[in-house]
Design a protein around this ligand. Structure first.
Ligand SMILES: [Zn+2]
Length: 218
């Protein structure tokens, strides 16, 4: 073979090899009675996903770590979700809202593009803390309800920053909610319970709660 032919053959062979590596089969993961179709993830990612859902399910409120009077004033969980805070009904609530989870672009964190289809990318696994993964599932699950509770543009002069994406200017971005019962409201309500019961590092939970609340503009 002449050098050009060899080069072409090597190139085609590499492409074929690459496409084989990237094809990952569709699998089902079953949590209790919930059947989730997942596709495109590596073994490590699939296990991480399973661990995240199991962690959500294992949340049990113990004694309050803040004053009860403050808890009563700020807790929105039961009002929004329709049940009191506990990992079992919460994980069932989340799982009911997804029928399949697929691997997306490496730079995707998580998007609920269509009702019930959650797309997750590498950043979900590499850049987030355990608590961030949990609240993201709650956030994305809320996008499956009714008309999807789409976000609104953060207003001109919006003073808050995105701690997770420091390069992004939130002003004018579809990263706010005009309603307290959208994805940010549910995310904040979840984080407040985590903060109040001290279930994760309380400082992280408190900061994430404040940041989530800042996205609700009225
Ligand atoms: Zn969202």
């Amino acid at each position: 073979m002449n050098p050009v032919k060899i080069k072409t053959t090597v190139y085609l062979f590499s492409l074929l090899l690459l496409s084989c590596v990237q094809i990952k089969e569709t699998q089902k993961i079953i949590f209790d009675e919930h059947r989730l179709e997942i596709s495109g993830f590596s073994e490590i990612q699939r296990h991480q996903l399973e661990r995240t859902i199991a962690q959500l399910k294992s949340l049990i409120p113990g004694p309050l770590e803040i004053k009860e009077v403050r808890y009563r004033r700020l807790s929105q969980f039961e009002h929004l979700f329709g049940f009191s805070f506990h990992g079992e009904p919460l994980s069932a609530w989340v799982l009911r809202r997804f029928s399949n989870i697929t691997y997306g672009n490496p730079w995707t964190v998580a998007v609920n593009q269509n009702k019930g289809t959650l797309i997750i990318g590498d950043l979900f696994f590499t850049e987030l803390s355990n608590l961030e993964r949990l609240y993201l599932l709650v956030h994305e699950a809320r996008h499956s309800d009714k008309h999807g509770f789409k976000h609104s543009k953060c207003p001109e002069g919006f003073p808050f920053v995105s701690a997770g994406q420091p390069k992004q200017d939130l002003q004018g971005e579809l990263a706010c909610d005009k309603t307290p019962n959208g994805a940010y409201g549910y995310q904040a309500a979840f984080l407040f319970e985590i903060f109040a019961y001290g279930l994760f590092e309380q400082r992280e939970a408190g900061l994430l709660y404040n940041s989530s609340i800042s996205r609700i503009i009225q």
